[in-house]
Each structure stands twice: as C-alpha cells, then as structure tokens.
Design a binder for this molecule. Structure first.
Ligand code: KG4
Ligand code: ZN
Length: 334
C-alpha cells in the first residue's frame, strides 16, 4: 500500500506556508513566505496587510510546494489546513484555498489546530511516544500539554497574562530592537551576563500556570528608571537577565510537570522553542533527570506547513475530516 501523502497549508499569522509530507513524517517539500518586512515598520503584525499578502501568495506557494515535492494532485490523499487560532482574515485565506483545492480535485479536507501543528513538528524529528509532556511557547501561547495518545490534549497549565513570545516582543521594543523582537533579544542575551535578579512568578505551589506580565513590567521599569537617572544599563545585561528569568520558570515548572505526570518524553514546541537560552536550559534539566527531550530544528519551530500536514496525517488516519462548513476560528480551543 502506498504511503499517505498530505498537502498542508498554514496562514494563521504572518507566514504563508505550504508543505507536502509522506507517511506522516517525510517532508517532500516545505515552502514558507514570510511577510516580516511588510509588518516591520508598524512594529507588529497588521491583520489587513497579513490577509492581503496571504491572498497574493497562497496559490504560488502551494504550486511551489507541489513542484518541489514532485507530486501532482493525483498523488495527494488529503489537504490539511490550519483552522485556528489566529487572525481571522488570515485563516480564511488558507481555509478557502484548501476547500477550493479539495473541491477541484475531489479530496478530503482536514482542519488542524495551530498548536497541535507546533506539537507535531516534533514528530517530524522523532516519532512521538506516549505519555508525553509538551511545553508550548509562542507569540500567543504558553502552555503545558499532556498527551496520552495521538490527538488527545490535556491542558495542565497556561499563562494567566502574557505569552512568552509576547513578553519577548514587548521587552525588545523597550530596548529599542525592531520587530520581531524575540530572536533579537535572544541574540543580545548571548553576549551579556545575567546580573539583574528579575522577579519570577511561581504562583501557587502546585500550580502549572505561568505569569510573565510582572517580569515584563520589571524589565520595562528598570530601563525607564535608568533612563530617567541618565544612567546606563547595558542592554545585553537586561536581555540576558530577562532570558534567564524566563527559562528558569519555564524549565522548573516543566520538569515538575514531567515528574508529576510520569511522562516518558518531553517536547518543546512553538516559535519561542527557537530560543537559545530555553533550549539549553531545558536540555540540561532533561539530561540531569534522564528524560528524553525533543526540540525541533529552528526551521520547524516557527510557523510552517509541514507541522500542519503532520498533525493532519494523524487526523487522516482516524478519518477525522472536515465538511464544507470548515471555517477560520480565531479562538479555536485545542
Ligand atoms: O509560533 P510562532 O512563529 O507564531 C505564533 O504562533 O505565535 O511564534 C512567534 C513568536 C514571536 O513572539 C517571536 O518573537 C518568538 O516567537 N520568537 C522568539 C525566538 N524566535 C521566535 N522568542 C525568543 N527567542 C527566539 N529565538
Ligand atoms: Zn505558531
């Protein structure tokens, strides 16, 4: 029997992406068109601009993914698309493209949750084994998710205010770094000493929730106070201290969750999984505890369609197809 081939489409935020994967884990192609340059001068993603770019790019990107994979629509078994969460106008472009392709070629459509996609990016590295714990860290999400099997997600903790990526982007703006700030703060942090003891929000003793708004405010206040007093704090010291405070809380709570739930495997997922401080600290903790940790390569950490096709593959196996009511859902629950 021939291996299943899935076309994946992702347009939830500011990347237009399409990918073709075979047998659930072989990436035949993965094309990403970033709109970053268009949003840069606004200091963040502008929803209307994002939608327009997706409309302009989607057909080309899908064609490119098909060509690079050397497949035709005859070879494709299903189209998997991000149905949410994300920007509604952006999601709709992907959803409608997927529906059009499916209708034209008589293929089933599969709706994929964006965060499920981020989690399944790890399956592209090494097949998932259960039970597992995932730390999801992105621009909109900071969550600990426990999985006993494919497609089943148990939320055991989440941020009560800012997502980690959001905190990174705000700190970056205060330091004066251009959008997107996360990777720039990370780079800066690697050149400084973590000399400032910023606050860590541990919350209740048994809580797996997070809070980053206090830390973010502490960083911003430290910078403002220094400016007012005309004193200079090296930005790399701010960045390094912030990064250490973030990793400290994330790693400590994650390892505690792994132990409490008896997870055999630990995954890191989402755009902030690209962060060098977090990758290093989590790997160190996992090694110390003898826990197997998977972290996707940088190219699979940030938004892409290979991860959507991969998560879609397992929904395909279960026969979980969408009907023609499939829609973009900005606040879709996992
Ligand atoms: O998953 P993603 O590509 O989009 C969302 O679904 O949100 O994550 C984007 C977020 C942004 O906030 C970006 O600043 C952050 O991930 N990010 C990083 C790094 N690379 C991306 N944050 C810290 N360090 C990085 N190296
Ligand atoms: Zn994402």
């Amino acid at each position: 029997k021939k291996e299943t081939i899935i076309l994946g489409i992702e347009t939830s935020c500011d990347e237009t992406a399409a990918a073709v994967i075979q047998g659930g884990s072989t990436i035949l192609s993965s094309i990403i068109s970033s709109q970053m340059e268009s949003h840069k001068r606004f200091g963040g993603v502008v929803p209307e601009i994002a939608s327009r770019h997706h409309v302009e790019q989607i057909t080309l990107i899908v064609e490119e993914a098909m060509e690079k994979a050397e497949v035709t629509f005859e070879d494709i078994d299903a189209v998997a698309v991000t149905e949410g969460p994300g920007l509604v106008g952006a999601l709709l472009v992907g959803v409608n493209a997927a529906k059009a392709i499916a209708f034209a070629h008589d293929l089933p459509v599969i709706g994929v949750h964006h965060i499920a996609g981020h989690i399944y990016a790890n399956h592209l590295v090494k097949p998932l084994e259960f039970p597992l714990m995932t730390l999801v860290v992105s621009g909109g999400h900071t969550e600990l998710i426990y999985m006993k099997e494919h497609g089943q997600y148990e939320l055991i903790g989440e941020t009560r205010d800012d997502a980690v990526g959001e905190a990174y982007d705000k700190v970056a703006r205060t330091i004066g770094l251009p959008y997107p700030g996360g990777p720039r703060v990370d780079k800066l942090a690697q050149t400084g000493e973590a000399d400032i003891d910023f606050p860590r929000a541990w919350l209740e003793e048994d809580s797996f929730d997070f809070s980053f708004s206090g830390l973010k405010s502490a960083v911003i206040n430290t910078l403002h106070n220094a400016r007012q007093k005309d004193t200079e704090i090296a930005p790399e010291v701010i960045a390094a201290s912030f990064q250490e405070a973030v990793s400290d809380v994330l790693v400590t709570k994650t390892m505690r969750a792994v132990k409490k739930y008896g997870a055999d495997r630990l995954l890191l997922a989402g755009g902030v999984a690209a962060n060098s401080g977090l990758r290093g600290a989590l790997q160190e903790a996992a090694d110390r505890e003898g826990i197997q940790l998977t972290i996707p390569p940088l190219s699979l950490c940030t938004d892409n369609a290979a991860m959507i096709a991969c998560a879609g593959h397992f929904l395909y196996e279960k026969g979980q197809f969408a009907d023609d009511r499939l829609n973009g859902v900005p606040g879709l629950a996992l």
